[in-house]
Design a protein. Structure first.
Lengths: 507, 507
């Protein structure tokens, strides 16, 4: 059987261009995962300083090929040069931040307890540190060809932790992934890295084989609920189950309180329209459901959304599958009995226009609730009008957990605020106040995740804590100092936070 | 259908005594999990100080009923009054330590970043804190009727995190669990707690229903590989999968280097015999496989184990199932072709004597390797003689991951030490030097877990970090100060470690 070719596809025309790779065979997967085991040993051996240098060099590599990468990514995703230039900068920033996180070292969770007496008897000398889990499989997302794909946050955090990475490239931007791989291999060669610190595979079957491979220790995934759940099931059903860190997207509710509508209707409406259509609505943090009071002020918010949407040009979608799904869902939703269509622009042959519909709050618990509460990629939104706080609370309780929940409020005196925040906290990874959930800051504090179906674990895929997914603790009991990693020795460790005899200490 | 009664069983005779409970029905499980949701809200509302007070009071409650608890636990487990008195003290200590861990608050992983500029644009104000996951199901273990059962570490850590607990009581010590429940309910009533902060269920089917219940947010389990894996599969196959923190036991390899055998043969042999027969060999950290050099000094270690075992009286096992499994495995193992029986004492009608067998290192990769590398509860050990470092490395590579790995060494100059530690680190949660793995210190540093099949996650079930299993992060973005939990406000928080603008700070 000859290998199946993978082409670079023009997102604006849907036409496949030249072949850039081929689907990876089972034998190739086995060889790559064996290399990744050796490469993990090498990477762990570089130490945190060495890995930070590698991550910085990978970031430099991306930036020195900026125009070339942005051009092919734009060709394959139609996301546009400005957005992709920003995404490249973000991706380089993520790589460097993960180097800083490795250097800072709090992710090692070092704890040292000297031998001593306790109320229940003597305690031996105990010293704990986190060590790399092993080779990590990463599944890139269609909608971020860089920041959540081959060179993205999962790759950066796994390398920072000392784990080799095998990326299952998204077929929707194969050429971008191949170019990134070439750049990364060149950088890694300069460090004398063995084969397998970073590798790329293609094909749906290859992805499943990768998750099932006994040498893979964990999986990072960003993508659809259906695809993510299938791979989660594979990871959990292995003879040796492994952690599957899936970010599966979400509908992100946005609440406008009465008081907020009274004071800021035009501004909120414009903001909603912008956030919902950013990147042609193809963000996992896209706000999809807008809970707006059934008042005159609420109607002014809705009018402002509709007005703002008029100015939004039709946009190209990432690929034909996503475009068909969007058009199919749009047509289903606009035909529902209890739905009012507020805004529907003229698309072109291949570019889609924004669509806004409205329902009453009770629709979320009615016969069409499943369709309304599903995530729909694309420039689509649902306005949900609520009559009072009870209706709002019931509507919020109908939501599945989400990556984010947003509230627009007049502030501390707003009588609805406490209840709304309470409901959002029960089912959100991030609560946004008077803003919009699109745009996930990359920082020490960010949590990008949530309860299922937003994610398959309590971990984050963005921000400093992403590194914690790829390590496991080991305790040394009464170890001779010579065998201890340097972080576990009594010598001072400038800048490193450690718990010593129960108390956190810095340096 | 009338409910199935659960009796208190005399471990020494195997005779069931009076009924102390009945198997919990599906309807009762549903009612209990609904109560647990409300109770979690109440518990979270008590704050960390409130929960620490409750945990201290629960510890006091156990201690003020010490004699009564120890008597029934001894009746049901045959573990003996001294051991159970110690276990009760340990259990009370765990509850209090978890109160301290809640108060200390680093498990909240608080991070505050004020709005600011970054190389990739402005960053909003972000504040992160961990919140309780929701009701937790706990499965008690047969071999620790207190410390890893109803009032044990999983319960203590879940309550500390703010999660209500439903314990699936082990049928082997039903009366002990019922007594603990009565004491806990009395203490909780004094705090005005609603029903459901702590509850007990009985029966195998009830356990499965509990894990499948949509209101249960996570599971803590200590027990067998077969039982744990079945429940892990249930937890992973739910419509909404939940984390399953299973500690499934392990064979715990113990290596004696050439140099250690030369210098400390009698002492090491006596130590091995003691550790392997402690609690009649019914510890998940029982060392089961002893890698001893094929030298004269190695033979002196083996002789010392055999001599020491002569002095060990036959012991009663926890229940008839465990006793039958032990006798069955013993009889299979002693009849293998490549096995030499080194020591087999005379048991009584119901008490079992220690058994020690010997194989050569190559047996671990031979036809009987599976049987040899399985965990066998009971006072049973396998001496594995190795000829050189290569044979030792191959034998260690054949081991499944374990909770612990132990090395006896002459210290820094020992030429085998680095390689042995390297191999143990690949597949152990804790590496013990010149000691024995039985006896798991309860402290800030302890890690009690390991890679599968030792555990189903990288988490620990003992020590301060056990609390981290029961929380999930929430980020507040640009929140008005009034809605922030006090830990997320700019005000100083005496003693609490927080990350502020990227830097960890204490207080």
């Amino acid at each position: 059987m000859s290998p199946i070719a993978v082409a670079s596809i023009d997102a604006r025309t849907g036409e496949p261009g030249k072949d850039v790779a081929w689907e990876t065979s089972a034998a190739e997967i086995a060889a790559l995962s064996a290399q990744a085991v050796e490469a993990t040993t090498w990477l762990a051996g570089q130490g945190r300083e060495g890995r930070a240098r590698i991550l910085n060099a990978l970031a430099d590599g991306l930036e020195s090929h900026r125009d070339e990468i942005v051009a092919i990514a734009d060709h394959e995703t139609a996301l546009g040069v400005p957005r992709l230039t920003g995404e490249l900068a973000r991706t380089a920033f993520q790589l460097r931040l993960m180097g800083e996180v490795a250097l800072e070292g709090s992710y090692l969770d070092v704890s040292i307890e000297h031998a001593g007496d306790t109320p229940i008897g003597p305690r031996p000398d105990l010293r704990r540190i986190n060590v790399p889990l092993g080779p990590v499989a990463v599944f890139g997302a269609s909608n971020f060809p860089l920041a959540f794909s081959a060179p993205g946050g999962d790759t950066a955090s796994a390398l920072a932790a000392g784990c080799a990475v095998i990326v299952k490239a998204h077929p929707s931007h194969a050429g971008t992934s191949v170019l990134v791989d070439e750049i990364f291999q060149e950088v890694l060669a300069e460090f004398g890295a063995p084969k397998g610190v970073f590798a790329l595979v293609f094909g749906w079957e290859a992805g499943t084989s990768l998750v099932a491979d006994p040498k893979i220790a964990a999986v990072g995934f960003t993508g659809s609920l259906a695809g993510g759940r299938a791979l989660f099931n594979t990871a959990s059903a292995r003879a040796v189950p492994i952690p599957f860190y899936g970010e599966l997207g979400s509908v992100n509710p946005l609440v406008v309180t009465d008081a907020a509508a009274e004071t800021r209707a035009p501004e909120i409406g414009a903001g909603i329209a912008g956030s919902m259509t950013m990147g042609t609505g193809q963000f996992c943090t896209k706000p999809g459901l807008f809970l707006v009071p059934d008042t005159d002020a609420g109607s002014r918010v809705v009018d402002s959304i509709v007005d703002s949407l008029q100015a939004v040009a039709p946009g190209h979608m990432l690929n034909d599958g996503i475009r068909s799904a969007y058009l199919g869902a749009s047509s289903q939703l606009t035909q529902l009995d209890d739905v009012t269509v507020l805004s529907t622009g003229e698309g072109t042959d291949r570019a889609v226009a924004p669509l806004l519909i409205e329902v009453r709050a009770e629709a979320l618990t009615g016969a069409n609730s499943e369709l309304l509460l599903e995530e729909h990629f694309g420039p689509f939104g649902v306005v949900i009008r609520y009559g009072n706080q009870d209706e709002l609370a019931q509507a919020l309780a109908a939501f599945p957990p989400a990556l984010t929940g947003t509230v627009h409020t007049s502030g501390a005196g707003d009588p609805q605020l406490t209840d709304v925040v309470g409901e959002l906290e029960k089912r959100s990874g991030r609560i946004v106040f008077n803003g919009y959930p699109t745009g996930v800051a990359v920082s020490w504090t960010m949590h990008h995740g949530g309860q299922y179906p937003a994610a398959t674990s309590a971990a984050t895929s963005v921000g400093a804590n992403a590194i914690r997914r790829w390590v496991r603790p080991v305790v040394y009991q009464e170890a001779p100092v010579e065998v201890l990693p340097r972080e576990l020795r009594d010598d001072p460790t400038p800048g490193l936070v450690r718990r010593i005899d129960g108390k956190l200490q810095i340096g």
